[in-house]
Design a binder for this molecule. Structure first.
Ligand SMILES: C[S@@+](CC[C@H](N)C(=O)[O-])C[C@H]1O[C@@H](n2cnc3c(N)ncnc32)[C@H](O)[C@@H]1O
Length: 217
């Protein structure tokens, strides 16, 4: 038996496996963040930066639900699971959708949707209904190599639908470096024009490769 799996078995037997694993992960995340800052914050930022951005707005605007487009392996859902009453997440790829469903099968507050987020976002908003609690939208559904689904960039439909139905929520859009460059991606200016038309009081900011649209408090 390899040393690594032997140590894992011993830690499991002693009931300390999860706490050791979580500490190691926290240590690796911290180191990755420090190295990223030292390198001058290159694109893309570590996942932890994205998690922190979501939590910052969730706390500031007292958001109760998170809507994510592009579930992928479910790592953002897992990172946010204790911080929201409900998480809605949409994935286009069938295999990724089924594996996320398996991963979160015992978490009733995680609602998984299968399909193109440019369309399915409407169903998610119908499930959320007229709920007064604010929502953070994490828009991250796009082809990203390997096993991920290819699709026409759904951002314009997503942002238009969200702003029309819930103009006072928070929208965070990942991968600003793709705007106006990658196929089908809108420019930041075209998103800004849509925001001005549909949610006149809202503010826009770009930081750490994330476009942030949020209401004035
Ligand atoms: C960058 S990954 C998402 C990472 C994840 N949000 C996280 O933070 O851990 C993008 C995902 O979007 C999915 N995707 C691509 N086009 C999509 C679309 N139109 N609707 C929903 N998901 C889509 C891909 O299959 C892929 O799993």
């Amino acid at each position: 038996m390899k040393i690594k799996s032997l140590l894992k078995k011993i830690a499991q037997a002693l009931g300390v496996y999860h706490s050791i694993r979580n500490r190691l992960k926290a240590y690796r995340d911290k180191r990755e963040l420090r190295e990223w800052r030292e390198l001058g914050k290159p694109v893309p930022p570590p996942h932890m930066v994205k998690q922190r951005a979501i939590l910052k707005y969730a706390r500031e605007f007292k958001c109760e639900a998170l809507v994510e487009t592009g579930t992928y392996l479910g790592d953002m859902v897992a990172a946010m699971i204790e911080d929201f009453q409900t998480i809605h997440t949409i994935e286009l790829d069938t295999a990724l959708f089924h594996s996320a469903r398996k991963r979160f099968k015992n978490r009733p507050n995680v609602l998984l949707y299968h399909g193109d987020s440019g369309v399915v976002i409407n169903d998610v908003l119908s499930v959320i209904g007229e709920s007064p609690g604010r929502v953070v939208f994490w828009l991250d559904g796009h082809y990203s190599g390997g096993i991920t689904a290819t699709s026409k960039c759904p951002l314009v439909e997503e942002v238009r639908t969200i702003l029309t139905r819930r103009p006072h929520d928070v929208i965070l859009i990942d991968d600003v470096h793709c705007f106006g460059v990658a196929k089908d991606y809108p420019t930041v200016q075209s998103i800004e024009e849509m925001v001005v038309g549909l949610s006149p009081g809202a503010k826009l900011q770009v930081e750490d490769n994330i476009l942030r649209i949020f209401p004035t408090l």
